[in-house]
Design a protein. Structure first.
Length: 146
């Protein structure tokens, strides 16, 4: 295979950011890789600000670049439409996360956690800032905690 093609594939895979759906798994990864956890509560099929946050913040190149080196991402989604319903096991996991971290039911709600699950910083709703500013805020919070 051509070296340029391999390099392109490698860069694409490196820039792809996986969202996990289980905080306990994310904690293990964060400890192993010396990273922080970004936990996002969303209503992917009914919450306009949640959809906007994914599109404008989490799907931005600047966020993906920062996240790939500093964060383990966790999404606790609460869809309402029948076609998007989660498994009973995933619903239980998300409900437990909401009980512990989002008792007021805020959407979107985003938390920066250390690898033990301790809250470092929170964002209620859609952050009214640019993706770059949001990333700087996340990065600064990580640096202050280290």
């Amino acid at each position: 295979m051509n070296k340029n093609i391999l390099l392109s594939i490698s860069l694409l895979l490196h820039s792809f950011t996986d969202w996990h759906h289980n905080l306990e798994d994310a904690k293990q990864i964060a400890k192993r890789e010396n990273k922080y956890i970004l936990l996002n509560f969303s209503g992917s099929d009914w919450c306009g600000p949640c959809v906007r946050m994914k599109k404008e913040m989490f799907d931005s190149k600047v966020f993906k670049d920062m996240a790939s080196s500093d964060l383990v991402l966790v999404n606790a989604d609460f869809p309402r439409k029948k076609k998007n319903q989660l498994t009973a096991e995933q619903k239980k996991i998300n409900d437990e996360l909401a009980e512990k971290y989002n008792g007021q039911g805020i959407f979107p709600y985003t938390l920066l956690l250390d690898s033990d699950g301790k809250i470092i910083k929170t964002w209620n709703g859609f952050p009214e800032e640019t993706p770059y500013s949001f990333n700087m805020e996340v990065s600064n919070s990580i640096q202050q905690d280290r």
